[in-house]
Design a protein around this ligand. Structure first.
Ligand code: PMP
Length: 412
C-alpha cells in the first residue's frame, strides 16, 4: 500500500476524534469516516464483543441480527427501499449493484463519471479513469465529465450545468446503444465525494434522471462516502440532492470499522437479481457484522450525530470562509455537514490548481498533529471528513492550525 504523508504515521490507539502514534503523540482526526461514531466507540466495541462471544456463523442459518438490522436500516430510506443484501466492502456492493441493474434491464452498458472511484473488483475497476485497468476498458463502459461547480461544464453554474451534464449522459447512452450492449445503468456518488464534492443544488440531477428513465436505464447511488448522516441536512446523499435512485450501495462507515457493506433496493429489484444471479457471501451479514452495524446505526441516532454534523459543519464552513479572506490561495470553500474542504489555486482569476501546495499543506498539518488529506479533479481540494462526534472546539483547532500551516507554506 502507499501510505499517507511523506512521513507516514504509525498509529497505535484511537478514541473518539483522537489518535495516538507509537511515540505517544496525539493527533486530531479530521479525515477518517470509517470510525463514523468515533474511534473505539464503547457501544460498538461492546456489541462486537458480546456477539463474538455468543455466536458467529454465516447467512445459511436463520438469525434475528441481520433481519433486525435491515429493518432498522431501510427505515432510514424513503419508499420503495425496503430490503438489503449485506456484503463486506463497498467494491462488492457496487459489483452486485451492476449485476442487479443488468437483471432489471437485460443490458450491460454502464456510465460513470470520469473522476470517480467505486472500488476494486474487476468489473468495478472498469469504472475508474484515475486508475485505468490494464488491457483497457470494456465496450460496455463509458464516461461523462465529473461535475465541477467551480469550473462548470458549459461555463454556467446551477441548472445550466445540470442540463449540460444530462446532455453528456444522453450522448454516452447513444454510444452504448451503437455498440450493441445497450444502456443498463448510470452509477454515481450523489455527493460526488471523490470528484471534490461540488456545490450542487437540490434537483440538480433531475435532468439526468429524465434522460436515464427515458432510455430505460437505472441509477445506482453509491453512498459509500456521504451516507449515514454525514452530509448533515439529510441521512443520505441522494436525499440531499433530491434523487430517487433504483439501487443504493453502502460501505465504509457502516459498522465503525468492522467490514460491513450493503446493497439496498426495493424488494422487486432484489427479486430480479436473485432470480438471475445466485448469490452467497460467506462473511456478509454474519451475526457479529450485523451487531456492529446495528450498534453503529443506533449510536448515530441516539447521539444526534446527523444534527451535530449539520451544526458543526456549518461552523467549519464559516471558519474556512473567514480564512479565505486572509489567504488568496483558497479559491472555493464547499461541503456539507462533516464533509467539507477548500479548493486551493495559484491565482483566483485563472483558477490554476495549487496541487503541490495542497499536498504540502496536508503534510504540514500532519506535522502539527492534525490529520486530513486532499482529493478532487485536480487533486487540489482539502478533504476534511472527521468522525461524526467532531465538535466546535475541534473545528477551532483545525482552522487555527490550517491558518498557521498556510502562512508557513510557500504557494509556488
Ligand atoms: N465507492 C466509493 C465512492 C468509495 O470512495 C470507495 C472507497 N474509497 C468504494 C466505493 C470502495 O469501497 P471499499 O474500499 O470498501 O471496497
Amino acid at each position: 500500500m502507499s501510505a499517507f504523508y511523506t512521513d507516514p504515521v504509525h498509529l497505535v490507539r484511537g478514541q473518539g476524534v483522537w489518535l495516538w502514534d507509537a511515540d505517544g503523540r496525539q493527533y486530531l482526526d479530521c479525515y477518517n469516516n470509517v470510525p463514523h461514531v468515533g474511534h473505539c466507540h464503547p457501544r460498538v466495541v461492546e456489541a462486537i464483543c458480546r456477539q463474538a462471544g455468543t455466536l458467529n456463523t454465516h447467512t445459511r442459518y436463520l438469525h434475528e441480527g441481520i433481519l433486525d438490522y435491515v429493518e432498522a436500516l431501510t427505515a432510514t430510506f424513503d419508499a420503495p427501499f425496503d430490503t438489503a443484501l449485506l456484503c463486506c466492502t463497498g467494491s462488492e456492493a457496487n459489483d452486485v449493484a451492476l449485476r442487479m441493474a443488468q437483471a432489471l434491464t437485460g443490458k450491460t452498458g454502464v456510465i460513470a463519471t470520469d473522476h470517480t472511484y467505486h472500488g476494486n473488483t474487476t468489473a468495478v475497476h472498469q469504472l475508474s479513469q484515475t486508475n485505468p485497468p490494464p488491457g483497457g476498458y470494456w465496450d460496455s463502459v463509458v464516461f461523462v465529465p465529473a461535475p465541477d461547480s467551480y469550473r462548470p461544464l458549459g461555463g454556467e453554474p446551477g441548472m445550466a450545468h445540470a442540463h449540460a451534464f444530462a446532455a453528456e449522459v444522453a450522448k454516452q447512452i447513444a454510444v452504448l446503444e451503437d455498440r450493441g450492449c445497450g444502456f443498463s445503468s448510470l452509477i454515481l456518488d450523489p455527493f460526488f465525494a471523490n470528484e471534490g464534492f461540488p456545490t450542487l443544488p437540490h434537483g440538480w440531477l433531475d435532468p439526468v434522471v429524465a434522460v436515464v428513465r427515458k432510455a430505460g436505464g437505472v441509477i445506482i447511488a453509491d453512498e459509500v462516502q456521504p451516507g449515514f448522516g454525514r452530509v448533515g441536512s439529510h441521512f443520505w446523499g441522494h436525499q440531499k440532492i433530491g434523487l430517487t435512485p433504483d439501487i443504493v450501495t453502502l460501505g465504509k462507515p457502516m459498522a465503525n470499522g468492522h467490514p460491513v457493506a450493503a446493497v439496498v433496493a426495493p424488494a422487486q429489484t432484489m427479486q430480479a437479481f436473485r432470480s438471475r444471479f445466485r448469490y452467497f457471501n460467506t462473511f456478509g451479514g454474519n451475526p457479529v457484522s450485523a451487531a456492529a452495524a446495528m450498534a453503529t446505526l443506533r449510536v448515530v441516532q441516539d447521539e444526534g450525530l446527523q444534527a451535530n454534523a449539520a451544526e458543526v459543519g456549518a461552523y467549519a464552513l464559516s471558519g474556512l470562509r473567514e480564512l479565505a479572506t486572509r489567504h488568496p490561495a483558497i479559491g472555493d470553500v464547499r461541503g456539507s455537514g462533516l464533509f467539507f474542504g477548500a479548493e486551493m489555486v495559484l491565482d483566483r482569476g485563472t483558477k490554476a490548481p495549487a496541487t503541490a501546495y495542497v499536498k504540502a499543506l496536508a503534510n504540514g498539518m500532519r506535522q502539527r498533529g492534525v490529520l486530513l488529506n486532499f482529493l478532487g479533479i485536480h487533486y487540489n481540494v482539502l478533504k476534511i471528513r472527521p468522525p461524526m462526534p467532531f465538535a466546535r472546539a475541534h473545528v477551532d483547532q483545525l482552522i487555527d492550525t490550517l491558518d498557521a500551516v498556510m502562512t508557513a507554506t510557500p504557494l509556488a
